[in-house]
Design a protein around this ligand. Sequence first.
Ligand code: PNS
Length: 180
Amino acid sequence: MPRARALAVFPGSFDPVTNGHLDIVRRGLAVFGRVRLAILVNSEKQPLFSVEERLEILREAFRGNPRVELDTFSGLLVDYARKVGASVILRGIRALSDFDYEFQMALMNRRLDPRIETVFMMPAESYTYVSSRLVKEVFQLGGRVSDLVPPVVERRLREKYRGKATRAGASRTRSKRRKR
Ligand code: PNS
């Protein structure tokens, strides 16, 4: 039975969201009243999808689920969690290789605010190898990702890479013209 009022923040890059993330949200909702996916606004990273695009994708992926909230944040995660009244940080752990990084983050966050608890959940085994990075790589190289991401992501990937190919093609044509 979910703790009716507890809010768990699920932070991440979600560039793009995968079925592994969706699985963690589903599991989170079985325990917590609400799950809020919070996209980190990080100017140092070069994401494929802008923050606004990622929010649109999440909106479509979770449409019709009133217990799923969507937001962006910058700065310290614990400050954000405190601000929105979340007592839990939710993260997924796929394999042992995730553990070091997640453990470090969880302990640092606990040091920063001991009242906020990090809860790790494991996705279904079928998603243990799925990551946003691999999805982008496989898709870009022509591989099939339809079982790994929600339909909206596959569509957005197609649009994104078609746009990139067209822009790259156009700039190649322009530079050829310049050379002549
Ligand atoms: O999906 P990601 O990229 O693994 O998510 C990483 C994220 C957003 C959870 C992490 O980078 C984060 O919490 N950043 C906020 C900055 C912060 O609070 N840093 C100190 C805690 S270790």
